[in-house]
Design a protein around this ligand. Structure first.
Ligand code: SF4
Ligand code: SF4
Length: 473
């Protein structure tokens, strides 16, 4: 059974159905009206919202070397990441990037708790923006609550319509921008303006718009409470030295009202005046004074609210604060712990691997497969020939002409192909190659190397080892 919310917590509860035949176990979600909040952490969250949304909506429009700077061009199987062009064959780099992102999240969580949830998660960021729109159109918290409880009037229709209009417009622009990272955004914009958008593009724009509208406009904290997998497993990364937001029970209890500037101890009270401001500002509608709860997204709104109350009461700030379990219980704090060190080492190792492999990446792949039908052929009586199938992939953004050479066996000669091999960007070419060597040197098994180098770009070259077979000596 859930604990009833404190008075004026801003949660509107529906009365539970009486236990009778036909009664349902389903209980509608309580609507939460978070109170507006100002303070240092609210300012930090505002900065995070502006920066992250600015990046999201802005980066899609940046051009780089004649193409969109960040574009996952799935139909053409090319991923543009600023100056870097990745192909499906470069999946390794994308996998490393994803591993790096996951490890960074683990590292930050073990060190600083749910910083991601409170400041950078898309759900938090867009919900913040949608709440701002709600505040502009429907007014402050008390006004919004009154508006919802009151009858439909001209003002209510106007306010609700303005909110929905802005929410839907923002959702559509968000969906359009998201699809713009997979289809060139300028072409997408042109297609929308000329009403020539294809059915799939239209479907995905509407799908992501609807997801934004539903998640940030209506579901809000329910996504964090019931749908987010990270909220479920992040607790395993916590220990008693992880940064959390906590209410100082020793200092705050017993809670109770008192006059401004009076000494609570003299009245047998703690510092908490039981004003419920920390509950009213909470976007997930919880009471942090009940202890650490998985619904807490660590947004720090309750810290700002309580600090403000403490300032007014003439008490020191920090009744609710960022702290650790060890610090709360007066034990020694350890920032450097085995799990933090392990995450940091793996993170550095993966990051170094990614950087080194990107710096040394050659935009050319050569695979050599020996002809399985014949080990070797005797040609012109005194020569031995081996056949190979080469698979060449040009991973560069420009077309190139390549020359193939053989090395590793004296007097071995490449008889085909002898001219240059041309390949367009992203082209996969299959080439039949033949190598010959005099019978006098070709007996037995000889390791050889096939080298492929771009004639117009000396830094693009790869080598592949294979074998040259001759008759048994
Ligand atoms: S805001 Fe501070 S003083 Fe007010 S109820 Fe919450 S913890 Fe107590
Ligand atoms: S308890 Fe405090 S930090 Fe946690 S979600 Fe609510 S307001 Fe944010």
């Amino acid at each position: 059974m859930s604990t009833p919310p404190p008075p004026s917590s801003g949660i509107l509860r529906t009365e539970p159905a009486p236990a009778s035949a036909g009664a349902t176990f389903y209980v509608a979600a309580d609507k939460i009206y978070p109170r507006e909040i100002t303070g240092r952490f609210a300012r930090m969250r505002n900065v995070a919202v502006v920066v992250l949304l600015g990046l999201y909506y802005g980066v899609a429009w940046i051009q780089w070397d004649g193409h969109q700077a960040l574009l996952f061009d799935v139909p053409h199987r090319k991923f543009y990441i600023f100056g870097l062009t990745l192909w499906p064959q470069d999946f390794f780099y994308l996998a490393l990037l994803l591993i790096l992102a996951a490890l960074s999240l683990f590292f930050v969580t073990s060190l600083a708790g749910r910083l991601w949830c409170g400041y950078a998660c898309p759900q938090t960021v867009w919900t913040e923006l949608f709440i701002r729109i709600e505040q502009w159109t429907e007014g402050k918290r008390s006004k919004r609550m009154k508006l919802d409880q009151g009858p439909w009037s001209r003002e209510k229709v106007l306010r609700k319509f303005s909110k929905q209009f802005l929410w839907i417009a923002l959702s559509l622009f968000t969906g359009f921008t998201f699809v713009g990272y997979f289809t060139p955004i300028r072409e997408l914009g042109g297609a929308i303006l000329s009403l020539s958008l294809g059915p799939w593009a239209a479907f995905w724009v509407l799908f992501y718009s609807f997801a934004t509208y539903g998640n940030a406009g209506h579901l809000r904290e329910q996504v964090c409470k019931y749908m987010c997998p990270y909220a479920r497993f992040q607790s395993v990364m916590f220990d008693k030295d992880t940064l959390i937001i906590s209410y100082d029970e020793k200092r705050g209890e017993p809670r109770g009202g008192r006059k401004r500037g009076t000494d609570p101890r003299a009245q047998g009270l703690g510092d908490c005046i039981d004003c419920t401001m920390c509950v009213q500002v909470c976007p997930t509608g919880i009471d942090i004074r009940n202890g650490l709860q998985h619904e807490c997204i660590a947004c720090a709104a309750c810290i700002d609210a309580c600090d403000d109350v403490m300032d007014r009461m003439g008490s020191p700030r920090g009744l609710i604060r960022y702290t650790t379990d060890h610090a709360v219980h007066g034990e020694q704090i350890r920032v450097v712990r085995p799990r933090v060190v392990v995450y940091a080492c793996i993170l550095v190792g993966v990051a170094a691997t990614l950087v080194v492999s990107l710096v040394t990446r050659t935009p050319l792949i050569l695979d050599v497969i020996r002809d399985r039908n014949a080990l070797y052929r005797e040609v012109r009586g005194d020569r031995i020939e081996n056949a190979y199938t080469l698979r060449l992939i040009n991973l560069d953004d420009a077309p190139h002409a390549y020359r193939l050479e053989v090395a590793g066996l004296d007097e071995a000669e490449l008889v085909s192909p002898t001219g240059v091999i041309e390949a367009q960007p992203g082209e996969v070419s299959t080439i039949a190659a033949r190598v010959q060597a005099p019978s006098s040197v070709a007996h037995g098994v000889h390791p050889i190397t096939l080298s492929l180098a771009a004639v117009d770009a000396p830094n693009i070259a790869v080598q592949e080892k294979t074998r040259f077979l001759g008759p048994q000596p």
